[in-house]
Design a protein around this ligand. Structure first.
Ligand code: APR
Length: 177
């Protein structure tokens, strides 16, 4: 039983093509799909994922999934065992929502560990439609994963969809002690 934080690797690519135990979805509170990562995961993962999301809405999550929380479903046709849906905060210039963004990573790792996942793929949560600046989003993501013991998770990969995001994560990661 190790309490070490998972190893972090950066991948430039499409999160729906990752072969991992759990793929994290940048969802919205409805859990009923959307654009960006959410749209890609549902499109490629197939209807089973949405069916399980609907079941969650009909049971434990009647009011939807709260920002910063995480819940797992099947990964459908994706090359993963689970999709972990988490709702990132919309970026605000008047309110510091950093803790809610950190919670997305922490809670997703907690759910992944509970499922016995060893490898987890994250997108850069909130840095797309939700407008979070990529450099600050990268700092929060990397810092939170590094400080979260999530045994048996041994590998976290941040899957960056475009070159600027990849470069930003690389710069933030290499600047950290
Ligand atoms: N693989 C990896 N990363 C991706 C992919 C993909 N297939 N598609 C988009 N991204 C990147 C974006 O470039 C961005 O850096 O994921 C990051 C998160 O972007 P969004 O998917 O827009 O997620 P977010 O900013 O958290 O906004 C969530 O968007 O799709 C809706 O339903 C979702 O309402 C929710 C909102």
């Amino acid at each position: 039983m190790t309490n070490a934080a998972p190893a972090i690797i950066l991948v430039r690519g499409d999160i729906t093509e990752q072969r991992v135990d759990a793929i994290v979805n940048a969802a919205n509170s409805s859990l009923l799909g959307g654009g960006g990562v959410d749209g890609a995961i549902h499109r490629k993962g197939g209807p089973e994922i949405l069916a399980e999301c609907r079941a969650l809405r009909a049971s434990r999550y009647g009011k939807g999934l709260a920002t910063g929380q995480a819940v797992a479903t099947t990964a459908g046709r994706l090359d993963a065992a689970h999709v972990i849906h988490t709702v990132g905060p919309v970026h605000s210039t008047s309110e510091d929502r950093s803790e809610l963004l950190a919670s997305c990573y922490r809670e997703s790792l907690r759910v992944a560990a509970g499922l016995g996942a060893r490898t987890v793929a994250f997108p850069a949560i909130s840095t797309g439609i939700y407008g979070w600046p990529i450099d600050d989003g990268a700092r929060i993501a990397i810092r939170t994963v590094r400080e979260t013991a999530a045994d048996p998770v041994v590998e976290v990969r941040f899957v960056l969809f475009d070159e600027p995001a990849y470069q930003t994560f690389e710069a933030v990661l290499s600047a950290m002690p």
